[in-house]
Design a protein around this ligand. Sequence first.
Ligand code: 6GU
Length: 240
Amino acid sequence: MRLDYLTIFPDFFAPLELSLPGKAAASGLLEFGVHDLRQWTHDRHRTVDDTPYGGGAGMVMKPEPWGEALAQVVAPGSTVVFTTPSGERFDQRLAEELATREHVVFACGRYEGIDQRVIDHAREVAEVREISLGDYVLNGGEVAALAVTEAVVRLLPGFMGNAASLVEESHAEGGLLEYPVYTKPRTWDGREVPAVLLSGDHGAIARWRREQAVRRTAERRPDLLHPSTLDDGSPIVRAT
Ligand code: 6GU
């Protein structure tokens, strides 16, 4: 998989060299390219923004640098992701979809957004997704592009050491939040590990974990408790 980033703040992407994505790039599973949008400006001030037609607050990113950048970086079969608070909400399903792509180009908007004609043009030459992390406002799309990258890259085959931990975690199959976890020591700061986890009774442990996951989901994310989520015959455990 190849990932390219178009941004006026290339320094935001230094973390790609660290941690898991960095290791995947070193192993050849992943290729990254980070591009300063200002390299496609031609004026002395390297201008990337201008005032909005129709008036209003803030600045809009000019189309010309974006047009040249996309012409150079987008190839047949690319997916272009515009990170924007007015995009579709990013979730695990979308991460799984992006993980199937060979080439994703992240176009990171700043200011009040990118001239709409850039997005309209991109749709004619590539698959385009406009993606938002959630219902809050960031100053720009760079941090969002990093979050999307980490969610996608860890799904690539051969990327994670332990494939089973991908299946059980929150927002994977089942649609429940994860149950609480414990490790040694058995007693810490006067607090005990729940006895069932020490019982060796794997059926009881599985039932306890499921109950905890449902309780936690009901308390924190009742929107996830779709009736179909609970269609495995387990009793619904109400949050208290
Ligand atoms: Cl993708 N961009 C910006 N600027 N703000 C956001 C966002 C993206 N997702 C949530 N808030």
